[in-house]
Design a protein around this ligand. Structure first.
Ligand SMILES: C[S@@+](CC[C@H](N)C(=O)[O-])C[C@H]1O[C@@H](n2cnc3c(N)ncnc32)[C@H](O)[C@@H]1O
Ligand SMILES: [Zn+2]
Length: 266
């Protein structure tokens, strides 16, 4: 993480600024971020600030954080394979990234996984500094391996989409692909993406439709077990978008196996 990123950070619990303790370099490999209001000290390890601890997570967040830790080593090739049936990874991911309107500003990917969207973001016209957050340390470590190998200046954070560790209005572009359907609290995650976006920002949210979930059910035996057999059918969370958001739009994308919900913060 770069020291300049500290100005964007806020305590995920109370949104107060954080004080960085480190050794004075421009890149922070280790140290901590202190919230003087709630007294919480968030550690930074191997360049990644950690705003959550696995053992403190509950419900689906805990189950999915653990599951993604386990499958992080196959996620990237599995994604490429899946996209053979979805119309090609490069084309389909680029179609979503092209919807963003960062205008040279900061882009946040909430639930960045191992960085599968980064090839279409880093260095693309209009994309400024890129930031990524995920609840799975395994996924983030894969992502960091990629960014370091390619020398991409992407800052990564371990955190929960429902409690983002960023200041209000910190980003010119905010997007999310692939996690929101199964968060503990989808409404909170949408509110958080709105909170950290600057006024005028377009927010883009993509996840599988029920048609997509049925494919998971048929192909991966552990999928329905994550919900103890009580999974509710997926609906697009458009009713959770606050009524003051503008240009709300839903498209079916990636051959109808995913939806894309987008809107603009006034
Ligand atoms: C299907 S993957 C999507 C990864 C990547 N965005 C993509 O386009 O392929 C879902 C990601 O959501 C993350 N995730 C699940 N619950 C989360 C939460 N509560 N907060 C942040 N990330 C979460 C998982 O760890 C996983 O990396
Ligand atoms: Zn605090």
């Amino acid at each position: 993480m770069k020291t300049t990123s500290v100005d964007l950070l806020a305590c995920p619990a109370c949104h107060n600024s954080l004080t960085l303790t480190l050794d004075g370099n421009t890149l922070v490999e280790s140290g901590s971020l202190l919230c003087e209001i709630c007294g919480k000290d968030y550690p930074i390890e191997k360049g990644i600030p950690r705003f959550i601890r696995l053992e403190e997570l509950t419900g689906l967040n805990r189950r999915f954080a653990r599951a993604y830790d386990w499958i992080s080593f196959v996620y990237r090739p599995a994604s490429t394979f899946l996209f053979v049936f979805l119309g090609g990874e490069k084309r389909q991911r680029r179609e979503i990234v092209n919807r963003l309107e960062p205008n040279g500003g900061r882009v946040l990917e909430v639930s960045i996984g191992p960085g599968v969207n980064l090839p279409y973001l880093v260095g693309a016209p209009g994309v400024g500094q890129v930031y990524g957050l995920d609840i799975s340390l395994g996924q983030l470590q894969r992502c960091q391996n990629l960014t370091r190998r390619r020398q991409w200046p992407v800052d990564l954070f371990l955190g929960n989409a429902e409690q983002l560790p960023f200041k209000h209005g910190a980003f010119e572009s905010v997007f999310h692909i692939g996690g929101i359907n199964f968060l503990n609290d989808k409404r909170k995650a949408i509110e958080e993406m709105i909170r950290v976006a600057k006024p005028g920002t377009k927010i883009v949210i993509v996840d599988e439709t029920e048609k997509g979930a049925v494919v998971y059910r048929r192909t991966s035996p552990g999928f329905e077990r994550m919900f103890d057999g009580k999974r509710e059918a997926i609906t697009v969370p458009v009713d959770l978008v606050p009524s003051n958001m503008q240009q709300v739009r839903v498209d079916h994308v990636w051959r109808g196996y995913f939806y894309c919900l987008e809107f603009r913060k006034p």
